[in-house]
Design a protein. Sequence first.
Length: 635
Amino acid sequence: MSIQITFPDGNVKSFDAPVTGLAIAQGISPGLAKKAAVIKVDDALWDLNRPIVRDARISIITRDKPEALEVIRHDAAHVLAQAVQELFPGTQITFGPATEVGFYYDFARDTPFTEADLEAIENKMREIVKRDLPIKREVWDRDAALKHFEAAGESFKAEWIREGIAADEELSIYRQGDNWLDMCLGPHLPSTGKLGSAFKLIRVGGVYWRGDANNAQLQRIYGVCFATDDELKAYLKQMEEAEKRDHRKLGKQLDLFHQQEEAPGMVFWHPKGWAIWQAVEQYVRGVYKASGYQEVRGPQIMDVSLWKRSGHWDNYQENMFFTESEKRTYAVKPMNCPGHVQIYNAGLHSYRDLPIRYAEFGGCHRNEPSGALHGIMRVRAFTQDDGHIFCMPEQVEGEVTAFHQQAMQVYADFGFTDLAVKLALRPDKRLGTDEAWDRAENALRAALRAAGVAWEELPGEGAFYGPKIEYHLKDSIGRSWQVGTIQFDPMMPERLDASYIDESSQRVRPIMLHRAIVGSMERFIGILIEHHAGALPFWLSPVQAVVAPIVSDADGYASEVCELLKGEGLRAQADLRNEKINYKIREHALQKIPVILVVGRKEAEERTVTLRLRGIDAQETLPLDQALARLKAMR
């Protein structure tokens, strides 16, 4: 039987069926076959050794391509699982996918894994790679797979099959060598030797089976994996730098905030941390005012009837907190948009009133899993720089373009210059017609085009109610963070009965644009701390200047200088402790203070100060009025 294979360049060749991707690659060149990782058959990735038995469009995916890297990382997860079971017989496997930078696998084992175990497991993985075990795909019927995993004592795999696989359904099984196999959709590399050496195990954590705290607790081993050793080395160096910048460590070192078990996923802000918060908030509030937003405030809890009407009850209730009073059930708000619609609905609006822009530093609570919490980056209680724009369809483009310009200026002011803009498009499960989605997506494209920005499109990643633009910024060590967003929503006004009167005196629905620039204030401050390694810009620093007298005779002058600095609106302190000046300077340098003003008898007599600026070895003595003017200009 002959089949027709179409290549990316449009050429068509005939092959005797069945033919594998590896055979096709070898026919092109031995070099290509050596570099090949998987093959794309039409729009699906296949194993190189999987037989092709029909006409198809194909492309050979080499290991330097992004699609191949995901397969490599998935292979690493399987090799990890095999290594664990070889070292620790009786350990049950569950599932282990590729991740953004590597892989993980979840195991059921009574004894906790130790750091020494991780080292032994990684060594065993490298041994399995050296064995170059063939990886083969097999197709089993459901009952055969169930019988195998039950006999092997793999109760989690057996449960998954019993509850999630139909009786007449087949499963793909991947076998590594002769003695180890796993249930998996694939694809995988031809052998374990193709994995290479660019992987490393980094930590172990606790999770629950199927993400449910009522189920068995599992141990998750995390690893990182890349296509080349150089990429792995670069990432590990980045991780080492990230460890130094960890906002949790710096938060403690700089006395900014703390967290404790009595309030999991919530933040206790200390005076210096709250000073940073206030600097960020007041800056963003200025952007609000300059951009025509009206600041509002909604209730923290509202009756569940509103959340049912908004759709959150059906789609989000497992992430919400609830409380009761006088036989009524209330939800603590996980987001601000339903409250803003109530404020909008409190009045009658004409098309002449639009756009109406509301903004709120809205406190929200979301019931995040405990295992997902991470310092102030992932919390249960947070505040958003939230805003909602109610506008007519023809106003969307202008509003989105204006928002983009605001957002880019904000990020630049906070010290971020490497940004990526992404447009998330319609998901499979969505509300509305294809025509409505076409209009919405094209409106956002037009706005980005008008702003003169390049963007990446993310098919299937939009919200169920509409497409959205995302802003991803890179920090100083190259990590990417998704922060701001503007989302197109025609559904919330419909569900909550928002309207305006158009030119024909007809009652019509506005478009609602959800927008945030920094997103979660907690998370953004955590990003700022790590981006700047705690040495925040002068205008953001919780303490901008410390006046340090050399001798106690200069204490009075130091206090006077400190009060003058405060009078100019600067956050200043005087260090009048009976300590040597070098000790004071060293301690304030560790606290990342931007400016230290040193004063002694001579400075007091001449009314001067000696400025020491963070990061600059030289110091400069100036008349007091000149020093005040310079620091005032730095605000």
